[in-house]
Structures are given as structure tokens and as C-alpha cells.
Design a protein. Structure first.
Length: 333
């Protein structure tokens, strides 16, 4: 093993608080990374692993589950339910908060996750991912109930995502910047490959599903029309467009080279599409930690006070100056 490279374990030992809670947080993040290593292996096996296709089940949100959704959900629940790291967990694929087995010790954190983001891309061999958020568990002397998880993004102590792409990468924050690790698949070890990632403040690239054009709110139409007008339009520059349809893959590109990702609330989905607790909050924390911004169309994303476990919201996120333009268009409507 190359000793000059920073492993995830060494990084966490240095960057998590140097007290008992900090050591527990480090263990929890190792558990998440280990679970994601198993998911990476399953995703990489594709059709050879009999994990492609539907699971003949529908989740709490009425969406058809894929076999890999179920595998990834189980990998995270099993991988993080021991060692006294969490008091409970919640997942996009579970109806309610997940209660630990009776004989497992309870810990100071709650882990929330979207186990397999971009499920519609699994069967066509396009990048998918995992998104996770760590909240403090209320000191209630009982197992957490759904209401205990209704905390704003500002309460998060850590957040991250993994992209299962040509390489498997983990972007992580514990509140002191965003750091990216790459999985050495042969060794099963994560190595730090980008420290303190910063999102360029300006951009000329947007990501949105344009097939929803007819249902977009006016500020989003205005923004995209002006981008498409190119050098002769009000923005005075040509914009490029990308849409992978896996938020993690679109966001990883934006974290790497700048851009904006837009999934606004619109006339067909007045509450938006992305889930506040499993998608919006963790990605927003990472974005702010990387110097970017995240807006719901009404407020700063991290300030949103959720009222339901599976609540959704609009999301306009990315390079700070472009999100500011969008915020202005929303305020002017
Ligand atoms: P999922 O978590 O059920 O996979 O859904 C979320 C995904 C995002 O990753 C992606 O950006 C979006 O849904 C794509 O939506 P659409 O198919 O409307 O373009
Ligand atoms: Mg998702």
C-alpha cells in the first residue's frame, strides 16, 4: 500500500472532533463507506449479479423499486446498525424511521440516505449513486420517531455522496470543506484524491430536464431562455447543457467544473421532486461547504424546516453567482 496517500480512516481520525462523539462519527462514516464499497461491487457486477431489473415492490412514495435499490438499502441498514453509532436511520426506501435490533447499542447520530440515486439509470449502465446525511439524535431516552428527524439542513453534522461511475468516488464533509476520496477497487480502500474542493463561482453550463419546459415556473423559463440566447442575449455568453438524470452524477460534474443543477417545483410537481432529508439537505451542505449555493425557489435550502419525513422541495443549486441570478428572478416575479 502507498503510505504517502491519505486513507479515509486516517483522514477521519484527523478531521472528526477529538472526543468520544467525534470518534463515533468517524466510525459511522467508515460504516457508510464500507456499505458503499459493497454497493459499488454490486453495481459493477451488473447483469452478472442478477441485480438488474425490478424488485416487484413499490416504495412508500409509490415508485417501483429495483433490485439494486433493495440491495443498497439493506447494505446501509445492516452496515450501520452496530457499534453504537446511530440511534436510528431513515431511507428513501423505508416508510418510517428504522428502529435498530433490540440487542444493538444506540448511538448519538441519525443516518438518513437515498441508497441508490438515479435508479432509472441502473439498467442502462449509466452512473448512479448514494447520498447520505448525518443528524444529531435527540437525547430523548427512547428510540427516535419520525418527528425527531424533522431537522433543517443546518443541523447536519456530516453529509456526502458516492458516485458509482467509471471510478467510484466519495465526496464528504464533516463541516470543514468538501474532500473527495476514490475507491481503489482492488484493495478495497478509499484514498483522498481532492482536498478542499471548491466550486467555481461563475459558470456557463446548466443542467435541467428540458422536457418539463411547459410546466416550469416563470423565473426558470426566463433563466433558461436567457442562457439559450447565447452571446447576443442578455447574459452575453453561450451556455452549455448537460443532464445525466442521476443527481449525484450531475452534481459531481458541477462540484468538479462548476455549473447549476435545476429541479424546480413546477405546475406538475408543486412540491418539487427531490426529497428534502435524503437529497436536498446533504447536497446543499456539500455545496455550501464548497463555496456554492442552494435555493429551493423560496428560501436557502438548508434553512427549510421539514414537516414530513418524505417531504420534497424544489432545488436550484451550484455556482454561487448563477444561483444568485435565479434568486433574483424568483424575487422579481
Ligand atoms: P431517484 O432517487 O428515485 O432515483 O430519483 C431522483 C432522480 C435524480 O437523481 C435525478 O436528477 C432525477 O431523479 C431525474 O429526474 P427525471 O427523470 O425527471 O429527469
Ligand atoms: Mg434520489
Amino acid at each position: 500500500m502507498d503510505q504517502s496517500r491519505m486513507t479515509l480512516g486516517r483522514f477521519l481520525a484527523r478531521h472528526c472532533p477529538q472526543d468520544e462523539k467525534g470518534r463515533t462519527l468517524a466510525l459511522l462514516l467508515r460504516q457508510v463507506a464500507d456499505s458503499c464499497r459493497r454497493i459499488s461491487d454490486a453495481v459493477g457486477g451488473g447483469a452478472l449479479r442478477d441485480l438488474t431489473g425490478a424488485a416487484d415492490n413499490v416504495n412508500v412514495q409509490g415508485e417501483e423499486q429495483k433490485k439494486l435499490d433493495v440491495f443498497a438499502n439493506d447494505a446501509l441498514l445492516e452496515g450501520c446498525s452496530w457499534g453504537g453509532t446511530v440511534a436510528g436511520m431513515a431511507s428513501e426506501e423505508e416508510d418510517d424511521v428504522f428502529t435498530l435490533p433490540e440487542d444493538e447499542p444506540r448511538g448519538p447520530y441519525i443516518l438518513l440516505f437515498d441508497p441508490l440515486d438515479g435508479s432509472s439509470n441502473i439498467d442502462v449502465n449509466v452512473s448512479v449513486g448514494t447520498i447520505f446525511s448525518v443528524l444529531p439524535a435527540p437525547d430523548a431516552g427512547r428510540d427516535p420517531v419520525n418527528e425527531d428527524l424533522l431537522q433543517s439542513g443546518d443541523q447536519q453534522v456530516a453529509a456526502g455522496y458516492v458516485v458509482y461511475g467509471p471510478s467510484t468516488v466519495l465526496a464528504l464533509t464533516v463541516g470543514n470543506g468538501v474532500h473527495v476520496f476514490t475507491l481503489d477497487r482492488a484493495q478495497g480502500e478509499w484514498f483522498l484524491t481532492t482536498a478542499d474542493l471548491k466550486v467555481p463561482e461563475q459558470t456557463a453550463e446548466f443542467a435541467i430536464n428540458c422536457s418539463y419546459w411547459h410546466q416550469w415556473p416563470a423565473p426558470v423559463r426566463r433563466y433558461i431562455e436567457e442562457c439559450l440566447a447565447g452571446e447576443d442575449g442578455p447574459r452575453g455568453k453561450r451556455f452549455n447543457m448537460r443532464w445525466v438524470a442521476s443527481m449525484v452524477a450531475d452534481l459531481h460534474r458541477i462540484f468538479t467544473r462548476g455549473g447549476v443543477f435545476l429541479y424546480p417545483a413546477d405546475s406538475r410537481r408543486p412540491n418539487g421532486r427531490l426529497r428534502v432529508l435524503y437529497e436536498v439537505n446533504p447536497i446543499a451542505m456539500l455545496m455550501e461547504q464548497a463555496g456554492g449555493a442552494a435555493f429551493t425557489g423560496e428560501e436557502r435550502a438548508m434553512a427549510l424546516q421539514p414537516k414530513e419525513l418524505h417531504q420534497r422541495a424544489g432545488l436550484l443549486i451550484g455556482s454561487r453567482e448563477e444561483v444568485a441570478v435565479l434568486e433574483r428572478y424568483y424575487s422579481e416575479q
